[in-house]
Write a protein that binds this ligand. Structure first.
Ligand code: NAP
Length: 336
């Protein structure tokens, strides 16, 4: 069976996901598109999905009988109503991060899904599908012993003037927040934020870099450096210190060169290049589960846990280093 997918939001990532559904992956086809900016939907239709029908609204697309499953790739603030409409229609839905822009909004999605009685939602936390993180998880689970510490860094070459200090959590570190819960099979209990002096390339609205320290229920301390004007490249680092040894996230494959009395290798500059393969695998997972009428991978509960944690990290940005507690309600059995 071919899974008929409708895509809501035809901007940068909606366009790219449509391309991979139409040109890279098997088992699905994009039959419907929608965007508040109709020109964006028309552009994606022309380039990748000439047989897709364009709907004036996301709600009409979700209700369309030919649409079996939905991709929500619109602006973050619109995710919650579209995901709730997909659950109400009983259709599997892949939602790009964030699941919702508030923890309360993510909670409403969890409650709607629990009431429906079956998982329908996959959240676009694609790092869980990255070959490097999967290899790191295997090393942590099988070899390095119980984790004690995690040292991590998320560095971007530059961000625009409109990027603010809280965005370093909600837009950038949100991927670390999710992937470390998964990597350690643990939940967070507190967050602290520390700042060194501002980097010279930072702008006035932004404290950059910043260091977020998360503590988990099992007593692991995680320090994450977020440095979004680091200038030299897009660099994701992670080292897990366990009882028996240390495991590090592999570097992306690169050619080691010996030139002019120096050893050189390339560092990526674009996050799309770093995680391109993981987007393919996550959507392949979505196609498989949605074809069977359900969902797999990062869940609504994971989206909710990430939102609660992100809110605590943002609160901790203005407590002069004091810890902010993170507490989740009891996890519903649906997400056991
Ligand atoms: P984008 O380029 O701005 O595209 C968003 C699209 O949604 C635009 O075409 C926008 O129209 C449209 N839109 C806005 N409101 C809408 C509504 N109510 N109904 C339907 N369409 C609507 O943004 P993007 O970079 O693709 O990001 C989209 C989402 O994906 C964001 O939540 C972002 O955080 C997430 N994302 C995730 C990753 C990842 O690594 N997992 C990477 C990139 C993006 P206008 O042009 O008129 O605003």
């Amino acid at each position: 069976m071919t899974l008929n997918i409708g895509v809501i939001g035809c901007g940068m990532i909606g366009r790219d996901h449509t391309r991979r559904l139409q040109q890279v992956l098997a088992g699905a086809q994009v039959v419907a598109l929608s965007d508040v900016n109709q020109a964006n939907a028309e552009g994606v239709q022309k380039d990748f999905a000439p047989n897709a029908r364009i709907y004036a609204t996301g709600e009409e697309l979700i209700a369309a009988p030919e649409v079996h499953a939905v991709l929500v790739t619109s602006w973050g603030a619109t995710h919650e109503p579209y995901v709730l409409a997909a659950i109400a229609a009983g259709k599997p839905v892949f939602c790009e991060k964030p699941l919702a822009t508030t923890a309360e909004g993510a909670r409403r999605i969890v409650e709607a899904e629990v009431q429906f009685g079956k998982r329908l939602v996959q959240v676009g936390f694609m790092r869980r599908y990255d070959a490097g993180y999967l290899a790191l998880k295997e090393a942590v689970d099988k070899h390095t012993g119980a984790p004690i510490l995690v040292h991590a860094a998320h560095r971007n070459p530059a961000v625009p003037e409109a990027y603010t200090t809280p965005m370093a959590i909600h837009d950038t570190m949100i991927h670390e927040i999710d992937v470390f819960r998964w990597l350690l099979n643990d939940d967070y209990v507190s967050a602290r934020v520390l700042y060194p002096r501002n980097a010279a390339r930072s702008h006035t609205k932004l404290r950059d870099p910043q260091v977020v320290v998360l503590e988990t229920a099992k007593g692991v301390l995680i320090d994450v450096e977020i440095f979004v004007n680091c200038h030299y490249g897009y660099d994701i680092q992670c080292e897990v210190v366990g009882e028996d040894g240390v495991a590090s996230l592999p570097e992306p494959m690169t050619v080691d060169m010996r030139l002019g009395a120096k050893r050189q290798s390339t560092i990526l500059t674009d996050w799309k290049d770093r995680f391109v393969a993981s987007y393919d695998v996550e959507l392949n997972d979505f196609i498989g589960a949605a074809t069977a009428g359900g969902a797999t991978g990062p869940s609504s509960w994971d989206g909710y846990a990430a939102a609660v944690t992100a809110d605590a990290c943002v609160a901790a940005q203005s407590t002069s280093g004091e810890a902010v507690a993170i507490a989740l309600p009891v996890r519903p059995a649906l997400y056991a």
